[in-house]
Design a protein around this ligand. Structure first.
Ligand code: DQA
Length: 142
């Protein structure tokens, strides 16, 4: 099984950005964590990060026929992007939405997610462990 793991804008700034919310571990630490977890679960992963909405749409479209699931942290596009929602609906792959922080207990503008209108599972507020839970869920539902 091959899973596409997508991280959206500013997640490459982990370790630097708002450590009180996102912690001090870096994006490189997160990527290592995801790879190690995938190895332990015996699933293949491809890691992709972009700060650009259209690039995220492109990579979701390209996932069709290549991956059996998508794990996505859309960053701030979670709350704004109909285009990312539409791309996910177009390819119809099993999809888990993950957030490091608990968006349901933050600013009001973070409490709505377009991506949740398609994602079969949403995991928030569990830090890096949310990515592991998401990979395990996708494996289980393959
Ligand atoms: C985030 C939450 C979003 O509201 C925010 O814009 C992010 C990160 C999270 O992982 O908690 O960039 O998706």
């Amino acid at each position: 099984m091959d899973i596409l793991v997508i991280n959206g804008p500013n997640l490459n700034m982990l370790g630097i950005r708002e450590p009180a919310i996102y912690g001090r571990e870096t994006f490189a630490d997160l990527q290592r964590y995801i790879r190690e977890t995938a190895d332990a679960l015996q699933v293949g992963v491809t890691l992709y990060q972009s700060n650009h909405e259209g690039d995220l749409v492109d990579v979701i479209q390209d996932a069709l026929g290549k991956y059996q699931g998508i794990l996505i942290n859309p960053g701030a596009y979670t709350h704004t992007s109909v285009a990312i929602l539409d791309a996910l609906k177009a390819v119809q792959l099993p999809t888990v939405e993950v957030h490091l922080s608990d968006i349901s207990h933050r600013e009001v503008f973070r409490q709505f997610s377009y991506v949740s209108l398609y994602a079969q599972k949403v995991i928030a507020g569990k830090g890096f462990a949310g990515y592991a839970e998401g990979l395990a869920w996708l494996k289980e539902h393959n």
